[in-house]
Write a protein that binds this ligand. Structure first.
Ligand SMILES: Nc1ncnc2c1ncn2[C@@H]1O[C@H](COP(=O)(O)OP(=O)(O)OP(=O)(O)O)[C@@H](O)[C@H]1O
Length: 280
């Protein structure tokens, strides 16, 4: 495998591996009107290897969601370049290579779980019959552990169950990449833990490449291979932390001394990321 090292003037070196599924180089995003232009993201270099699980963490408003939207092709960078599997994010989205999961499941209230799970696929592939869509929806519900709730409507499901349907809906497209923006942020601590465990199992079974935004230090360490810390004003990656804990990781991983050490390390990194404009 070839590794290319980019050394921006005065910045930290970035190693771009040629098996990276996602790569962002020198990405900046400016938003707002002429009189109130704001630099939201500055010089983001990000490399996500195929099949990896990467988290983004940082203070509120530092630009994590904006970065995810850039990777999804929903926001165009003002400068820099992004590729997903060798094409632009917009092209990757058109090719159904990107699945999105947000904090709010956004299910259609009049449709049951199986129809919600296959809804995006039905829009993307008009040639699929209703029964083929249902079969795919059921397969995805089985994958996320919700096979028995196929005919329940969203108002009959708990918050965690609704998020499982949202994950099933994204997976139904069979995307190479899952971009997840605080998907468990609204759930109670115990449900959140079990959703994290389920997500790890799904990840290991499907081999998807996952970029995951979270505010939880424990969640980032428990799930990810690598955590990128974003700083604020402007949003930029200030530090990155490899998580060398072996997979599979179950809930007991939080008790090993290495986990506790990583929590302390990430907490220190996060603390310094709260300093506006601090050194990278
Ligand atoms: N469409 C927009 N126009 C102008 N400014 C925007 C727009 N979208 C986001 N911003 C600004 O960009 C900054 C980063 O927002 P973003 O939602 O990406 O942060 P975040 O790190 O995801 O925050 P949180 O953790 O609170 O969800 C904020 O200051 C926000 O006000």
């Amino acid at each position: 495998m070839q590794v290319e090292t980019i050394r921006p003037a005065g910045g930290r070196p970035t190693h771009i591996r040629h098996d990276d599924l996602i790569s962002a180089k020198g990405v900046s995003v400016v938003m707002g009107t002429d009189r109130n232009r704001q630099l939201i993201l500055r010089d983001i270099d990000l490399a996500v290897p195929q099949g990896s699980f990467v988290s983004l963490i940082g203070p509120s408003g530092c630009g994590k969601s904006t970065l995810l939207k850039v990777l999804a092709g929903l926001v165009n960078p003002s400068s820099g370049s992004v590729s997903v599997a060798g094409v632009s994010p917009g092209e990757a989205a058109r090719k159904r290579m990107i699945g999105l999961v947000f904090q709010d499941a956004n299910l259609l209230p009049w449709k049951n779980a199986v129809d919600n799970a296959s809804m995006l696929l039905g829009i993307a592939d008009k040639s699929m019959s209703r029964s083929a869509l249902r079969a795919r929806g059921q397969e995805m519900l089985d994958l996320v552990g919700l096979g028995d709730a196929a005919h329940k409507r969203p108002n009959e499901l708990s918050g965690g169950m609704r998020q499982r349907v949202a994950i099933a809906r994204a997976l139904a497209l069979d995307p190479a990449v899952l971009l997840m923006d605080e998907p468990f942020g609204a759930l109670d601590a115990i449900t959140r833990d079990s959703m994290g465990q389920s997500l790890l199992e799904i990840w290991q079974r499907t081999g998807k490449t996952i970029v995951f935004v979270t505010h939880s230090i424990d969640e980032a360490i428990q799930l990810s291979r690598q955590v990128h810390v974003l700083g604020i004003k402007p949003g930029r990656i200030t530090q990155s932390l490899d998580i060398p804990l072996p997979y599979p990781r179950d809930a007991s991983v939080t008790e090993v001394p290495e986990f506790v050490r990583l929590v302390l390390q990430l907490r220190t990194m996060l603390r310094s990321s709260h300093q506006p404009g601090g050194a990278t």
